[in-house]
Design a protein around this ligand. Structure first.
Ligand SMILES: CC(C)(COP(=O)(O)OP(=O)(O)OC[C@H]1O[C@@H](n2cnc3c(N)ncnc32)[C@H](O)[C@@H]1OP(=O)(O)O)[C@@H](O)C(=O)NCCC(=O)NCCS
Length: 145
């Protein structure tokens, strides 16, 4: 059975660490604002196994004038569960959650390797590529919802 539910920030580390911070200490998995009331963490389960995660932060990007901006962070699916539609399901569920909070714009810093995944889901690049030290090239992407 596949299902998505809200999880707490520390549960995300089960996927953040192997996928997004491999070889780095568990502390590197803590994101500023993880435990704010306005932050939501979603986990996708394959039966009892946490297979993918995404986190939603109420956060404005200086490039955008809109009120009701939300940022996706920590989007990740365990290697063995990739290419099964789980990432797409997580982004869709995050969009529903953001619409329920009257969000108008979703943005994030996308890794270069994931840009085409997000494009398939209707997100567009805004601005130039930039480097996040020790992680790599990123692009700001956004979608109006
Ligand atoms: C990027 C990621 C979240 C995608 O999750 P996933 O569960 O493998 O993706 P899905 O199976 O839902 O893919 C949906 C569609 O996007 C495509 N896709 C998936 N990853 C892709 C990628 N990196 N580049 C291009 N297309 C991709 C799939 O082929 C599929 O297309 P289809 O519907 O035509 O078959 C996952 O690969 C991952 O965790 N990668 C490592 C961490 C990462 O880069 N996170 C993003 C940080 S910004």
């Amino acid at each position: 059975m596949i299902f998505v539910k809200k999880i707490n920030s520390t549960t995300t580390f089960q996927v953040r660490q192997p996928v997004l911070r491999p070889g780095k200490p568990i502390e590197s998995c803590i994101f500023e604002g993880d435990d704010l009331e306005t932050t939501t963490h979603l986990g996708l389960y394959n039966n009892s196994k946490l297979a993918g995660i995404v986190s939603i932060f109420a956060s404005c990007h200086k490039l955008f004038p809109q009120v009701g901006q939300f940022q996706l962070r920590g989007m990740a699916v365990l290697d063995e569960f990739q290419k099964k539609g789980y990432g797409e399901r997580l982004v869709s569920e995050a969009e529903v959650c953001i619409k329920e909070q009257n969000g108008s714009l979703i943005w994030f810093n996308a890794r270069e390797a994931a840009v085409d995944f997000y494009k398939k889901m209707g997100y567009e690049i805004v601005g130039d590529a930039f480097d996040i030290p020790t992680i790599g090239i990123h692009f700001v992407m956004r979608k109006m919802v």
